[in-house]
Design a protein around this ligand. Sequence first.
Ligand SMILES: Cc1cc2nc3c(=O)[nH]c(=O)nc-3n(C[C@H](O)[C@H](O)[C@H](O)COP(=O)(O)OP(=O)(O)OC[C@H]3O[C@@H](n4cnc5c(N)ncnc54)[C@H](O)[C@@H]3O)c2cc1C
Length: 311
Amino acid sequence: MTHRICYNVNVIVSALKDLGVESIVNVSGSTLSSVKCGGVVDLIIKPNSTSKLIDALSLLNAYNVPFIPIGAGTNTLITDQGFRGALVDLSKLNKFTVRGNQLYVESGLRLPYLAHKCASCGLKGLEQLSGIPGSVGGAVVKNAGSFGLEIADLLLSVNYLDLPSLSERVVDRPDLPYSYRSSSNFFKDKIVVGATLNLTPSKDNLSLEISRYRAIRLSRQPTEPSLGSVFKRTSSGESAGYYIDKANLKGTSLGGAMISTKHANFIVNRGGATATEYLGLVSLCEQTVKEKFNLSITKEIDIIGEYHLDQ
Ligand SMILES: Cc1cc2nc3c(=O)[nH]c(=O)nc-3n(C[C@H](O)[C@H](O)[C@H](O)COP(=O)(O)OP(=O)(O)OC[C@H]3O[C@@H](n4cnc5c(N)ncnc54)[C@H](O)[C@@H]3O)c2cc1C
């Protein structure tokens, strides 16, 4: 089903400009998602403060423009049909402050940059997460993790905008329903604007530790454009990639999309892939693993836009 566009995007862009909020029209998904494919999104807005975010969202609400937050787009596929609405790009919410061992960081800052900054300030904690290419907001929503550490392990609290009321609120870590790669929909109808992390002062060579983790990643993961792991671990804790590999799907391609030969849980764009081709391989993995092992595997990636493949 296609949404009927019932707003004039030029009027909205002009009103956003008056509010001091940058926006771009007709943006290709290939520039928004790290797998570098996808259709056109009507509008991207880039507020640089929480108050401008609130102003911009009030405006979108007034014009009935649907919107979805996006961080670095490293876990999000935009379908070839694109999105008739606005993506709220949080990359300009990118400040951080350190007080003792507590770090308050806005949601748009990327984890690798933050981890390097903390390492150079002698604050330990983010080394294992330093290779996750997403934003702090995306990591908080997805409970991103690697090398045995999840962002939830470091969080003290999260600042968010409650979308129905457009008011900023704070939730403490114990009240967040985190589990493996999930915040259990707590952030549905919310936009994360910042997070307070608990780090540890350290004299260790943290930059060296970051390099060590980076080397391990490079040895295990493909370097072509991707969204990282496509599927979550199974309920018994096994890697979905193990089953995809066992089903002999590594190297299977559909157009420019391919199930990585290096890591079976990655689908890469070898050049010119469409989102439909990517999703075709997602379906193939789901169906084959179900048929061969009677196992349902669950997507880790998020999808923006409509699509019509068998699910
Ligand atoms: C090469 C590669 C390696 C990766 N390795 C790992 C890994 O080791 N571990 C891991 O966990 N993940 C990994 N990922 C996946 C990804 O980086 C993480 O899931 C990351 O946390 C996503 O952050 P993002 O900012 O890119 O989120 P996006 O993809 O932009 O968004 C993800 C979801 O969060 C929502 N969202 C984003 N920002 C906000 C916000 N501020 N408020 C509310 N909702 C928001 C979006 O609407 C979307 O539903 C990898 C990805 C790649 C490409």
